[in-house]
Design a protein around this ligand. Structure first.
Ligand code: SF4
Length: 162
């Protein structure tokens, strides 16, 4: 598995100042994707234990409110294991910081995967250029949903973030 970029201080992907990691490789190839350099599964850099340690250390600062995992496609079959490991270790180390993830897969496709145990908010669905709306918060097109994952699991129905 590979990743593209780590941002040490990101204020555009989730609330507050965050660390973000963009995983490498995406099978969806949405028209006018904002991040086409992440499509190639063999691009970017190797994702290792050291990568996880680096991300976790960056999250340690008081001003960092949480971690955002984006792509590329973090939940692609070749990426989900590493994404799950990072998500688990992040939540174990920082139970009071939040974890946001973006995926082209839908909540319904992911709800039985371990990774969602550790995700607070999932922005789901592929980007649809014909539904693009620059006024939307945290998402690019109106088909995507900003889901409160833990509440959705508890209630066994999709609960959007309020
Ligand atoms: S799912 Fe995201 S990264 Fe993948 S092609 Fe669509 S917009 Fe780009």
């Amino acid at each position: 598995m590979r990743y593209n970029t780590i941002r040490k201080m990101d204020i555009s992907n989730g609330p507050g100042v965050r660390v973000s990691i963009f995983m490498q490789g995406c099978p969806f190839h949405c028209k006018n994707c904002f991040n086409q350099e992440t499509w190639d599964f063999s691009g970017g850099k190797e994702f290792t234990e050291e990568t996880i340690d680096k991300v976790l250390n960056l999250c340690d600062k008081n001003e960092i409110k949480g971690l955002s995992i984006l792509g590329g496609e973090p939940m692609a079959p070749g990426n989900i294991e590493g994404t799950t490991k990072l998500a688990k270790e992040f939540k174990e180390k920082y139970p009071n910081k939040n974890l946001w993830a973006w995926s082209g897969f839908k909540y319904e496709d992911l709800k039985n995967k371990d990774v969602l145990k550790y995700v607070d908010v999932l922005v789901d669905g592929t980007y649809k250029d014909e539904l693009h709306d620059p006024t939307l918060k945290w998402k690019g097109s109106s088909n995507q949903r900003v889901i409160d994952v833990q509440k959705s699991m508890e209630n066994q129905e999709i609960c959007l973030l309020k």
